[in-house]
Design a protein around this ligand. Structure first.
Ligand code: SF4
Ligand code: SF4
Length: 203
């Protein structure tokens, strides 16, 4: 068996770990990570990530800044906090990933991803505001088609099997979206939230 040649095109920033420790929310605790892998093993979204949190932390230590900052791991974390609850060293994995995502946007590593996430957030918010609930069918459809008609069809077909499986097992319903009971109350809450936000942004 031949040993693969090292990738000499990659650059490593050996000050990256220190930068993460000093600048990323929870980053100072990353030094406590002992690479046990409990976080990655517990993560329900692990299969959708380029690298699990354990590997990502090791890459930070190795100075693989570009790979870390462009990784989809930062965006696919759903903030379920499973890793945080289970980490034996008390590493705030979720906070680190969240803040790395924010930093990736600030530093221009993730503008396409940030735009896509904003589109998803818009779809999500539309459903929450209109129905008082997130209707996964409408949120998904709106989001997919906001990326373009062709992309909407492509992504819809790619996920059709999953959607049919969810309908079959009762995890997704057919028919009108379920509405929240107190629509008036919800409207008042949202109006108050908008008012508070307005006040905050004006200060
Ligand atoms: S569970 Fe905690 S200590 Fe273990 S690899 Fe993940 S962050 Fe590191
Ligand atoms: S908070 Fe993110 S990284 Fe941690 S288990 Fe949940 S999805 Fe995975």
């Amino acid at each position: 068996m031949t040993t693969p040649a090292p990738d000499t095109t990659k650059t490593y920033d050996l000050s990256f770990a220190k930068w993460v420790y000093d600048n990323v929310n929870g980053g100072d605790k990353m030094a406590l990570c002992m690479q046990c892998g409990v976080c990655s093993g517990s993560c329900p979204i692990g299969v959708q990530m380029d690298y699990g949190p354990r590997k990502l932390f090791q890459m930070i230590r190795a100075g693989m800044k570009e790979d870390v900052m462009t990784s989809n791991t930062l965006w696919n974390c759903t903030s379920c906090y499973r890793c945080v609850v289970r980490c034996p060293r008390g590493v705030p994995v979720t906070y680190i990933l969240q803040d790395l995502a924010a930093k990736a946007v600030e530093m221009g590593y993730a503008s396409a991803q940030a735009t896509e996430n904003a589109k998803f957030a818009k779809s999500f918010w539309w459903s929450a505001r209109t129905w008082g609930r997130t209707d996964e069918r409408l949120v998904t459809a709106l989001y997919y088609f906001s990326l373009g008609f062709g992309e909407g069809i492509k992504r819809g077909l790619a996920n059709l099997k999953i959607a049919l499986g969810m309908v079959k097992t009762g995890r997704m319903h057919i028919g009108m979206p379920h509405k929240v009971k107190d629509a008036k109350g919800l409207k008042a809450i949202l109006a108050k939230a908008a008012e508070i936000e307005e006040r905050g942004s004006g200060s």
